[in-house]
Design a protein. Structure first.
Length: 119
């Protein structure tokens, strides 16, 4: 199983980016998909998650600016980021979790994509 993240880049403050993360391989019944980020010298933190039923959760600092969505026909999760701020600068990682057929739990991470917001 591979999670391929894309869409990062350099943008000015106030700009927008859209991240995508596609899961490929033998992965089924993805329960929760999410985006996390890690800034230099800081711990990795949750940005947003979305359940199989479409329920989304966001960290407070991105509420109203970021929108997470998923397309289960493509095993893909998206993160639309608007009104970007310099403090959003980080490596963004995607994650996919769900049950195997034997009910054990899988937890896959993407390789990360760099987002840099200039002031």
């Amino acid at each position: 199983v591979q999670l391929q993240a894309s869409g990062g880049g350099l943008v000015q403050a106030g700009g927008s980016l859209r991240l995508s993360c596609a899961a490929s391989g033998s992965i089924f019944n993805i329960n929760r998909m999410g985006w996390y980020r890690q800034a230099p010298g800081k711990e990795r933190e949750l940005v947003a998650t979305i359940s199989s039923g479409g329920n989304a959760n966001y960290t407070d600092s991105v509420k109203g600016r970021f929108t997470i969505s998923r397309d289960d026909t493509k095993n893909t999760v998206y993160l639309q980021m608007n009104s970007l701020k310099p403090e959003d600068t980080a490596v963004y990682y995607c994650r996919a979790e769900g049950p195997y057929v034997d009910s054990s739990w899988y937890d896959y991470w993407g390789q990360g994509t760099q987002v840099t917001v200039s002031s």
